[in-house]
Design a protein around this ligand. Structure first.
Ligand code: NAP
Ligand code: G4F
Length: 350
């Protein structure tokens, strides 16, 4: 049996961990790389030597490339569509994934994060692969936005608060719609925030650990943040990509699942914990935009707040309930919050 997977967003945090995971399991992995004027493949460069990794340039805004890539895969592995052992897994991780940036490029975000999913689903159908395809959509806790209940599970109503959240909600529903309308094995993982040393540098956790490393090296004198009181349910990306894979192996058929640690922490707490690991004792004084975090041992002021990093509409708190994934898929997050902070700090403070 051919085990073949196509990963959009392969150069991203999750795409890189998922590719490692699938290659270890013996999959032939195909990845779509977005063309960029500078190198954007650092997270997967260490996998280049593997013959089972196949990369193609492409973009979720371009149906012609999706069609060409999926046709190439079909020609190579799935000429005989009657073979019941055929399995083609498609992980749609590609997205403009930054919530704040989505307010600045809302149309582009909708094109890639919403219509891009539709393009991919239609390409699977038009190439005649719907019966053997298993489709994973990267849905997000951001869809809960201004939360209507705490914690959030698969039955919690959505209330997105950003162009990103709204675009992802379209993708969530179109995935469900194609499952119901065309009997496709298509499911969505509603993933709460997950981080790692490979997290993009402008997301808050990585921004903090990079700044800490720079402060220790004398390359940066302060860290400027936005809403310190936002709460997030932060897990480790490595645990979450395993959950994605488990969703496509579910013997009960396609379904949607929340993946979360089921505990939340404030941005402020993340900062305190990260800085404490390198000997700082952060206390806070002032309030609002005048709030400052200082080290009690030296009196040095290190953390500042700027309006620049606030969003036009904020998601104040997200807390998941992943009981369904734990019960049905046997998924559990292995990395604790303290371990996550420590791994990221150590990686950025070498
Ligand atoms: P990420 O690091 O930002 O990676 C996003 C990937 O999508 C990158 O490979 C990026 O390419 C690619 N991409 C961007 N625009 C594209 C386009 N127009 N066409 C094709 N590919 C494009 O995000 P991540 O943290 O790995 O997250 C993976 C997915 O899960 C995303 O869809 C995200 O929205 C979703 N999600 C993430 C979290 C989380 O906490 N990490 C939680 C819930 C859902 P470049 O490398 O060239 O930029
Ligand atoms: O790290 P963040 O930018 O992540 P956010 O907005 O929660 O989105 C991430 O998780 C989603 C899942 O819920 C994904 F779908 C999405 O793709 C992405 O991976 O911000 C976390 C919190 C926010 O409340 C933000 O306002 O941190 C707050 N924050 C405070 N200061 C900051 C900053 N966020 C950023 N990026 N930069 C700051 O300086």
């Amino acid at each position: 049996m051919s085990k073949v997977a196509l990963v959009t967003g392969i150069t991203g945090q999750d795409g890189s961990y998922l590719s490692e995971f699938l290659l270890q399991k013996g999959y032939d992995v195909w990845g779509i790389v977005r063309r960029s004027s500078s190198i954007n493949t650092e997270r997967i460069d260490h996998l280049y030597h593997q013959n089972a990794l196949n990369l193609r340039y492409g973009d979720l805004s371009d149906t012609s490339c999706l069609l060409a890539i999926i046709n190439e895969i079909k020609e190579k592995y799935f000429k005989d569509l009657s073979n019941v052992n055929n399995r083609f897994e498609i992980y749609n991780l590609g997205a403009m994934s930054h919530v704040k940036v989505s307010f600045e490029i809302p149309e582009y975000t909708a094109d890639v994060d919403a219509v891009g999913t539709l393009r991919l689903l239609n390409t699977i159908r038009s190439t005649g692969l719907s019966d053997i395809a298993r489709f994973y959509q990267a849905s997000t806790s951001e869809m809960y936005g201004k939360v209507v209940e705490v914690p959030q599970n698969e039955n919690t109503p959505f209330y997105p608060r950003s162009p990103y959240g709204v675009a992802k909600l379209y993708s969530h529903w179109i995935t469900k719609n194609y499952r119901e309308a065309y009997d496709m094995y298509a499911c969505s993982g509603i993933l709460f925030n997950h981080e790692s040393p490979r997290r993009g540098p402008t997301f808050v956790t990585r921004k903090v650990t990079i700044a800490l490393g720079n402060i220790l090296k004398g390359k940066q004198d302060k860290l400027v943040l936005g809403n310190l009181d936002a709460k997030r349910d932060w897990g480790h990306a490595k645990d979450y990509v395993e959950g994605m894979w488990l969703m496509l192996q579910n013997p009960n058929g396609p379904d949607d699942f929340v993946l979360s640690t089921n505990e939340f922490h404030t941005v402020r707490e993340f900062v305190e914990k990260a800085f404490a690991l390198k000997g700082f004792d952060i206390q806070w004084k002032g309030s609002g935009l005048s709030e400052v975090g200082y080290d009690t041992k030296t009196g040095r002021e290190l953390i500042f707040v700027s309006e620049k990093y606030f969003r036009p509409a904020e998601v104040e708190e997200l807390l998941g309930d992943s009981t369904k994934a734990r019960t049905i898929l046997g998924w559990t997050p292995k990395c604790s919050f303290d371990e996550l902070v420590s791994e990221m700090v150590e990686s950025d403070c070498l």
